[in-house]
Design a binder for this molecule. Structure first.
Ligand SMILES: Nc1ncnc2c1ncn2[C@@H]1O[C@H](COP(=O)(O)OP(=O)(O)OP(=O)(O)O)[C@@H](O)[C@H]1O
Ligand SMILES: [Mg+2]
Length: 376
């Protein structure tokens, strides 16, 4: 039987932890600081919002944080974590079942808590007695052990439910250690601004973007070395460049190189394997780009995306106003006004064609080299 250590360690896909989690020291440092406060029982000052284009590693980082949290806390003050995604939530009742602990639910008969939660299904806003009873129950639980509530893919949440959750978080985190962490695509920022919870502006924003060149090299070389496979710096250089430091492509490259080393029973990879691996990576990548292009086309965004791609050829980052101008120039005369410009800008961000990493005030390409593909 093949043992797990003989299997390819690279994991190009969705939310699968890579063999080496590279280049997230800053983000991990920020998250550890938040965790330290929570471990000490101190209520967090704000919610945490993590966002970045698809395939950048948000889910992976969220898993890392969840694991850190499980290790954190003290015997008397263990940290509880709860993870969910919007597709599991059809009503506030579902949300409550993720917020309150198993212990709390066990104390009631199943039909009792289901009935209690069901009372809330109508709306979060109703400050009914049942709602307040649940808020108090959660507050008491958090006093005993801090809770980290992790919501991945948060940009797909129902707006009413999201508004309720944000308000609940604000209400209880004034008093007790309750940390809400939302992760999603760059569209999450706009989504949160539409759900009517203005305090989200003051949330702790963590942008998840591309890695730097050294971390990209580490993400590939370290797992290869661990399996006795070597590659020297000059052979690796075109791999690092071609991956564009994009985590999903990094895993594709690692997977192809590892497979080739095994197929040819090599201990050192040469530029010959790099050339063969490139064909394999390119095949997957073309499918990926084709899919993205079709989605832009379906939403009538292909022309404006092509015009934007053209301006990004000469410059890698743009101020919002400059990008708006490029969009304005691209739109037909009868749509060349501010509401249309803003809408198109948002749509391009929703498609992750462009994104605005927090703290930069500048837009950059979302999924790298998609722009080159669109132009071609
Ligand atoms: N820091 C990293 N170093 C190396 N590989 C990484 C890193 N982060 C993520 N990856 C890899 O990148 C790929 C995408 O990761 P992940 O699914 O977490 O991205 P995501 O941002 O959650 O994407 P989506 O928005 O589609 O859910 C996975 O194959 C993962 O193993
Ligand atoms: Mg994800």
């Amino acid at each position: 039987m093949t043992s797990i250590k003989d299997l390819n360690p690279f994991r190009p896909g969705n939310g699968q932890s890579p063999p080496y989690l590279a280049g997230r020291e800053n983000e991990q440092g920020r998250l550890k600081k938040i965790l330290a406060e929570l471990s000490a029982g101190r209520p967090p000052a704000a919610d945490t919002v993590m966002y970045g284009p698809r395939g950048m590693g948000k889910t992976v980082l969220l898993h890392w944080f969840e694991n850190e949290a499980k290790k954190g806390g003290t015997k008397d003050n263990p940290i509880r974590t709860s993870w969910t995604t919007p597709n599991k939530l059809t009503s506030p009742a579902d949300l409550w079942s993720y917020l309150l602990s198993q212990d709390w639910k066990k104390r009631l008969k199943p039909n009792q808590w289901i009935a209690k939660f069901a009372l809330l299904s109508a709306t979060w806003e109703s400050r009914s007695a049942a709602n307040q009873a649940l808020v108090s129950a959660l507050t008491n639980e958090c006093k005993k052990s801090p809770l980290i509530f992790l919501m991945d893919e948060a940009h797909t949440m129902d707006a009413g439910l999201c508004n309720g959750l944000l308000n609940l978080s604000q209400e209880i985190r004034n008093e007790v250690p309750f940390l809400l962490v939302l992760a999603g695509t760059p569209g999450l920022r706009h989504f949160l601004s539409t759900v009517n919870a203005s305090f989200v502006e003051r949330s702790n924003k963590i942008g998840i973007g591309r890695l730097d060149a050294q971390s990209t090299a580490d993400a590939i070389v370290k797992p290869l070395n661990e399996h006795g496979i070597k590659i020297d710096d000059s052979t690796l250089a075109p791999v690092v460049e071609d991956s564009q430091h994009y985590p999903y492509f990094i895993q594709l490259w690692g997977e192809a190189l590892w497979d080739l080393a095994k197929e040819k029973e090599l201990q050192t990879l040469t530029s010959q394997e790099v050339t063969t691996a490139k064909t394999r990576v390119e095949g997957v990548r073309l499918g990926f780009y084709g899919e993205r292009r079709l989605r832009l086309k379906d939403d009538g965004l292909l022309k404006v995306a092509t015009d934007c791609a053209a301006i990004f050829e000469g410059q890698s980052r743009f101020k919002e106003a400059d990008l708006e101008k490029a969009i304005k120039d691209s739109l037909p005369d009868n749509q060349s006004d501010e509401p249309h410009e803003s809408q198109v800008l948002r749509d391009l961000a929703r498609h992750e064609f462009i994104w605005n990493p927090p703290g930069t005030g500048l837009y950059e390409p979302g999924i790298p080299s998609l722009m080159t593909y669109i132009l071609d």
